[in-house]
Design a protein around this ligand. Sequence first.
Ligand code: C5P
Length: 226
Amino acid sequence: MESVIVAIDGPSGTGKSSTSKAVAAELGLSYLDTGAQYRAITWWMISNGIDVDDPAAIASASGKPVIESGTDPAAPTITVDGLDASGPIRTQEVTSKVSAVSAVPEVRARITELQRTIASAAAKVAKGIVVEGRDIGTTVLPGADLKIFLTASPEARAARRSGELKGKEATDLAATREALVKRDAADAGRKTSPLAKADDAVEVDTTELTLSQVIECVVALVEEKR
Ligand code: C5P
């Protein structure tokens, strides 16, 4: 069987991660969370005292951290300089700063190269990979076999995101919605590879769908390509 490369993009809270992991696990594919890589470099910048509002400082430090992603969908990992970053990258501090860091072209160039290396290795040695992010179909892997763009209403996205955060950090729905809309606007409005639907992507509106329905829909689309 030929390997398959699947790009899943969309704003936050659309179910990208849950869908991508489940589809990859079900079809025996690798999985790459590119948001985790941008969060990891942001965490490194904060930990090393780099001013995240200073693009020149971010650009000049962008080559320093060593970021590694494990691509098993059952247990994806992310390390920075050998340290497990999976907890720290999910804090509100990182979430509120990641858009500024990921808008810096030098950061994008570095992370994009990493993503392409991982995807081409998975296409050679495994059955393929599901790569989730914001610019995968448009910029990172424009030749992907299948491109999906997930959407959902801001209300549905905020409700899902605050459900994920519950128990971890104090949160309320209105604040979550506001932060999420702000982050999406920054991601969609940046100059370098903004959050966007590729012309040849299939758009799936998940507002009224359960997670299982979204997974089923994407699995069917991948199977059509194999
Ligand atoms: O998917 P997640 O919410 O973890 O992504 C965190 C942030 O990483 C996004 O808000 C965006 O700023 C950045 N990102 C990006 N390009 C990607 C994936 C994520 O700029 N391909």
